[in-house]
Design a protein around this ligand. Structure first.
Ligand code: IPE
Ligand code: IPE
Ligand code: MG
Length: 237
């Protein structure tokens, strides 16, 4: 495809940041910011469907986010459960398939149940794949993959010299998914915060100052326009 042809990324990964700052600027509790952020999720799912994006991976809760106050963590987990059940009919109607990546066993039982249910119910859907990164940390993910390879080596099933990048990738939570083409971070921080370190090796990065609850169609379009203007060279010339 010529470089000047607008291209739609197959997979968009988003670091949904700025809910707390949004809440602060509106003089409301942080939990309200997260609630508003939930509405943005729905908006962005619709925008992805409209543009024909096939995969959307959302950083909803990091391994490090467990270190936040009990109040905030509990509110977030409660919201997750509510969101999943409330949005399921809409996901069915819109042909959205849900997935989750991360150390899901760390989540409260009710959240695990809700996730399992929604993933199971939507598994026949063939439209947008919406991936929630929950209790997710990239270093933890890569460590677990390395451990699983080490176990195979120890058991004599695998030679260290035979380990390939594809083999390691197949043991990540994202096995079978395409790598993100575009990574969007809202609220202006220029960092990755332990997100998809392996998978974003060649993703184009778009950072916007807009806070996640305020992220709308114009911001999404701007990210896509930025992406379409990039020349992805993959080290080649
Ligand atoms: C992102 O918003 C949502 C989560 C990390 C759960 P933040 O809560 O990080 O918002 P800021 O960074 O404090 O504004
Ligand atoms: C990254 O945002 C995690 C999520 C968006 C879920 P954080 O707000 O936790 O990251 P830092 O603290 O700015 O690195
Ligand atoms: Mg933040």
């Amino acid at each position: 495809m010529p470089a000047d042809t607008p291209q739609i990324p197959e997979h968009i990964a988003i670091i949904m940041d700025g809910n707390g700052r949004w809440a602060k600027s509106h003089g409301v509790p942080r939990a309200r910011g997260h609630e508003e952020g939930g509405k943005t999720v729905q908006r962005v799912i619709d925008l992805c469907r409209e543009k024909g994006v096939k995969w959307l991976t959302l950083y909803a809760f990091s391994t490090e986010n467990w270190g936040r106050s009990k109040l905030e963590v509990t509110a977030l987990m409660r919201m997750l459960v509510k969101y999943l059940y409330e949005r399921l009919p809409e996901m069915m109607e819109k042909n959205v398939r849900a997935h989750a990546i991360g150390e899901l066993y760390m989540l409260p039982p009710k959240a695990q149940e809700a996730l399992k249910y929604v993933i199971e119910q939507t598994k026949g859907n063939t439209g947008l794949n919406a991936v929630l990164a929950l209790s997710y940390g990239s270093r933890q993910e890569i460590t677990a993959a390395a451990r699983s390879l080490a176990e195979d080596v120890k058991a004599g099933r695998l030679e260290p010299a035979d380990i390939t990048p594809d083999m390691l990738a197949s043991r990540l939570y994202t096995a079978g998914m395409p790598d993100p083409d575009l990574l969007i971070r809202t609220s202006g921080e220029l960092r990755i915060s332990n997100y998809l370190l392996w998978q974003i090796s060649y993703a184009e990065i778009h950072v916007t100052d807009v806070l996640w609850p305020d992220f709308g169609r114009a911001d999404f379009d701007a990210a896509l326009a930025d992406y379409a203007a990039r020349h992805r060279r993959y080290g080649k010339r």
